[in-house]
Design a protein around this ligand. Structure first.
Ligand code: LRH
Length: 485
């Protein structure tokens, strides 16, 4: 039997997961889990990339201790961030975290030279102030000039393990530098950044076999013999591959630090209306596109939890929220002020005060405000998706950690009137594993992979309760007004 190992690193934690395929079922075993997070120094936010690399090595050592001698290995992480390599192949400087404020000035400067409409027309990528195009524009010019190559985070981790340099395409699309027509880095956007095409490796498809992990790593650290396979390295791309959907009338909500809500498409939809509503067309594996919207998701509650010195578990915060009356105070989750505030709880209170709503006081009230606002956001954006694509999804698949939040899943079903199917929570690792299995011939294609996930993992169904009950209708109206303010 063959072992498949996924390295899946999100903004708040990372894990190595083993996938085993036996008797037509897939099972997962968590090999290693570790924390992630950015820290602030001298007014800037950085990831500790060396820590992540060490944890991957540690996880692989543990894999060996579990008896894994041979495996394939795929890596996915969050998008948009990058490392620079010098002429000797060494990393230059630190790795900025996307919530760093350095892009605030870069955004209008970029748009002055290259209006957003032009960027969108070329790339189909939504405006997020931290898109790589803005980060690179804000980057120290000299440092960029000395860089021989620019690698996004998973590409850099593949490089450390294999010595090979790639620019994996699902993740590369989040740079907002790829042209939908030519399907490569756009010369005009590169020129805006003063970067030659050679600063990025050739675009690489998920499923590409990269060869063996460096023999010296196997020897020095006591690792299994790994064959590296290029996963859909953008975590959201992997998460969507891991959605246990059947048929073609479904939407997904990948619910983690971010809430990514959207549909899978065969073609991009980069219309003026999609641009105006800020929907993205991220590249997927196997020729698909993720037409979706980013919503500030569990980040809101993660930060609030920190404000209360992590006194409450997430499950407790959900329980406290349930005891509070619904729809008292609502926030526009995607307001820029929530991107990286000094104190999230205070920022939420300020928002409520400024919009004439009751100010949430207790942790339960703050949590309720977040969950209600998320559920209402999902409803608004699902309806918008329907309008933009002309297709009404019958089911909303919620995958990722948020699938465990039964209350939010139920509220989402109630508010949107759509049936929710929640799980699996590990869809990102699963999507990563499916690409390895397809590449090594164990399964045929993604349809078979999704069926395999459906068969192998429990999925919880949430049916909308009742009709458009008055409090929901009223709250929806208030929420829409809030977004339009
Ligand atoms: C989710 C995610 C998302 C990006 C953001 C930077 O982890 O990759 O798809 O927009 O992080």
């Amino acid at each position: 039997m063959r072992d498949y190992v996924a390295v899946d690193i999100g903004a708040s934690s990372g894990r190595l997961v083993r996938g085993e395929l036996q008797d037509g079922r897939l099972s997962l075993q968590e090999i290693h889990r570790f924390d992630n997070g950015f820290s602030e120094r001298d007014g800037h936010c950085y990831w500790d990339i060396d820590h992540l690399y060490r944890e991957i090595l540690r996880g692989l050592q543990q894999a060996k201790q579990l008896g894994i001698e041979n495996c394939t290995l795929g890596i996915d992480t969050w998008a948009v961030d990058y490392a620079l390599l010098d002429g000797k192949g060494e990393r230059i400087g630190e790795v900025y975290a996307y919530r760093d404020s350095r892009t605030l000035e870069a955004v209008p400067q970029v748009h002055e030279i290259h209006p957003f409409a032009r960027i969108y027309e070329k790339t189909g990528i939504q405006h997020l102030p931290f898109n790589t195009v803005y980060q690179l524009f804000a980057h120290d010019r000299e440092e960029l000039a000395t860089a021989e190559q620019i690698l996004l985070i998973p590409d850099y981790l593949y490089y450390l393990l294999s010595g090979r340099r790639i620019s994996e395409m699902t993740n590369a699309s989040t740079t907002a530098l790829l042209n939908l027509q030519t399907r490569d880095y756009d010369p005009g956007l590169l020129e805006l950044l003063g970067l030659p095409r050679s600063k990025f490796p050739a675009l690489t498809e998920p499923g590409t076999r990269l060869g063996k992990i460096k023999p010296e790593l196997v020897r020095d650290y006591g690792l299994p013999e790994c064959e590296l396979i290029v996963a859909a390295t953008h975590d959201t791309a992997s998460a969507v591959l891991g959605v246990p959907a059947s048929g073609d009338s479904w939407a997904y909500l990948s619910s983690g630090t971010w809430s990514l809500i959207g549909v899978e498409r065969q073609t991009p939809l980069a219309t003026a209306e999609a641009m105006e509503r800020n929907y993205t067309n991220e590249w997927g594996a196997y020729g698909k596109y993720r037409f979706l919207k980013n919503i500030m998701g569990m980040w809101l509650i993660q930060e609030v939890r920190k404000d209360y010195d992590k006194q409450h578990s997430y499950a407790e915060l959900v329980e406290l929220a349930e005891a509070v009356s619904p729809f008292r105070s609502l926030i526009d989750c995607n307001d820029d002020r929530f991107l990286n505030p000094a104190n999230m709880t205070e920022e939420i209170r300020r928002f409520c005060a400024a919009t004439g709503q009751p100010v949430p006081d207790t942790p339960g009230e703050v949590a309720r405000c977040i969950f209600d606002s998320l559920a209402l956001s999902y409803d608004v954006y699902l309806k918008e998706l329907e309008r933009l694509t002309g297709q009404k999804p019958e089911t909303l698949h919620i995958v990722g950690g948020g699938a465990n939040n039964g209350l939010l899943c139920q509220w989402t079903a109630d508010v949107s009137g759509i049936q929710v199917e929640a799980g699996p929570t590990e869809s990102t690792a699963l999507g990563n594993l499916l690409v390895q299995m397809i590449s090594s011939g164990a399964i045929r294609d993604i349809g078979e992979g999704r069926e395999l996930i459906r068969r192998s993992f429990p999925i919880q169904t949430y049916v909308p309760r009742g009709s458009n009950a008055d409090p929901i209708t009223e709250a929806r109206k208030r929420f829409v007004n809030l977004l339009a303010r």
